[in-house]
Design a protein. Structure first.
Ligand SMILES: Cc1cc2nc3c(=O)[nH]c(=O)nc-3n(C[C@H](O)[C@H](O)[C@H](O)COP(=O)(O)O)c2cc1C
Length: 390
């Protein structure tokens, strides 16, 4: 078993580049042009990290990054959910592959599934701040990152055209995330587009109900989910599961209400969850030496985009919220097959195993994936499942 890493260097950060020890196939140093963060202003650090991330993502699309030999996870890890076979109960989280790129890469690495998006009906260029496109920053010592992207994508009609052309690998199903600030008609249309493109499961990137618990069923949040039920779930022509992804900031006390709503409206699963915007709480787990950058990015008057915090600071929170959902599901499941998934701070197999033991069906990872990719290269899943004998 692979131990949880104590240090992160995700996305080819300037710190990672300085460390100079990336696996050949995934070294971002040659493409970043950055060699050190020393002496950079906070603004320039964000600029360097943001550019390095974009270059790494561009590079990962390249055919020479795809493993020549496909790794197949041990049979014992396979699971069937909603009649779909997943080779392993772990996959990337939404936001990594917005353009239907890199399926070959992760499928041949051994991922249990591939999830694309978040897509929106209309194209979105993504956010800029102080001349920085898609501002992103990492906190390597804290195993964390912040992003404020604004769901950049080419629009669902264009993205979805690429999906049927993907050469699929058995046991690595394709799912898609949709969401964003679009109107409800747009959201339903997005779901229909990916359904028609042949994805096997859908995830709705939903924000949490910003209202009193006893008022949830009167809220705009509830109306949204009900509208989607009436206009998509009830009209499905095939069995395509729809999972709702909430924030990891969801209060544990609200989990039961949310689950009851998903059960009664006929949804098929829940994912806890997305990044956090609880900066005061997240800050407590940010290493002291990285707090100035964290504050600058999140809350300062000079930059202060806020954004979502990901990675290790979410580890315990996501486990707590998703475990509570799994416990509630076990105590009183709905008539439809329903699964709980967990996303947030997963960076080793032990995290996945702890989740499965708590009744969570599968996990997704984002920040931790890039850390392991840096260390293990294309053996990222092989090492995760088989440890040092891999
Ligand atoms: C750069 C970045 C972009 C993201 N974009 C999306 C997105 O488009 N849709 C979504 O549902 N989640 C998005 N997320 C959230 C991740 O899917 C995941 O829920 C979150 O990062 C917590 O997982 P982690 O701790 O393993 O990173 C994004 C996260 C990051 C770091």
């Amino acid at each position: 078993m692979v131990n949880c890493s104590r240090r992160y260097f995700v996305f080819g950060s300037a710190a990672a580049l300085a460390s100079g020890c990336l696996p050949r196939a995934t070294r971002p140093d040659a493409i970043s042009g950055a060699s050190s963060v020393a002496g950079l202003s906070l603004r320039d650090t964000v600029a360097v990290e943001s550019r390095a991330r974009l270059r790494l993502m561009e590079r990962l699309k390249g055919e020479n990054e795809v493993p020549a030999e496909a790794y197949v996870p041990p049979q014992s890890l396979a699971r069937t959910f909603w009649g779909i076979r997943f080779r392993a109960p772990i996959m990337n989280a939404a936001g990594m592959f917005r353009y239907a790129q890199c399926y070959d890469l992760v499928a041949r690495q051994g991922a249990g599934a591939y999830i694309g998006g978040t897509g929106t009906l209309h194209a979105r260029p993504g956010n800029d701040k102080h001349g920085i496109h898609l501002p992103f920053v990492i906190y390597p010592e804290s195993g964390s990152a912040s992003n404020w992207f604004g769901l950049p994508n080419e629009g669902d009609e264009i993205t979805a055209q690429r999906i049927p052309k993907i050469g699929r690998i058995d046991g690595c199903p394709i799912g898609w995330s949709v969401g964003g600030p679009s109107g409800l008609d747009d959201l339903v249309r997005s779901l229909m587009i990916y359904d028609a493109a042949g994805v096997l499961f859908l995830e709705i990137n939903e924000s949490c109900p910003n209202t009193l618990d006893h008022k949830i069923r009167e809220s705009e949040f509830y109306s949204r989910l009900k509208y989607i039920k009436e206009n998509f779930l009830d009209r499905r022509s095939r069995r395509i599961p729809v999972i709702v992804k909430f924030s990891n900031d969801t209060p544990v006390g609200q989990v039961h209400i949310l689950m009851d709503i998903l059960f009664s409206l006929g949804y098929d699963g829940v994912n806890f969850g997305n990044t956090s915007t609880n900066y005061a709480k997240m800050r407590q787990t940010i290493a002291p030496g990285e707090r100035a950058l964290f504050d600058y990015y999140s809350t300062s008057p000079e930059f202060g985009v806020g954004g979502g915090v990901s990675g290790r600071p979410l580890k315990l929170i996501s486990l707590m919220v998703a475990s509570e959902a799994a416990r509630y599901l076990k105590a009183g499941p709905p008539p439809q097959e329903f699964h709980v998934s967990r996303t947030g701070g997963i960076d080793c197999w032990e995290d996945a195993q702890t989740s499965l033991a708590a009744g969570i069906s599968y996990v997704q990872w984002f920040t931790g994936y890039f850390e392991r990719l840096r260390i293990d290269g294309n053996n990222v899943y092989r090492k995760m499942f088989e440890g040092d004998k891999a």
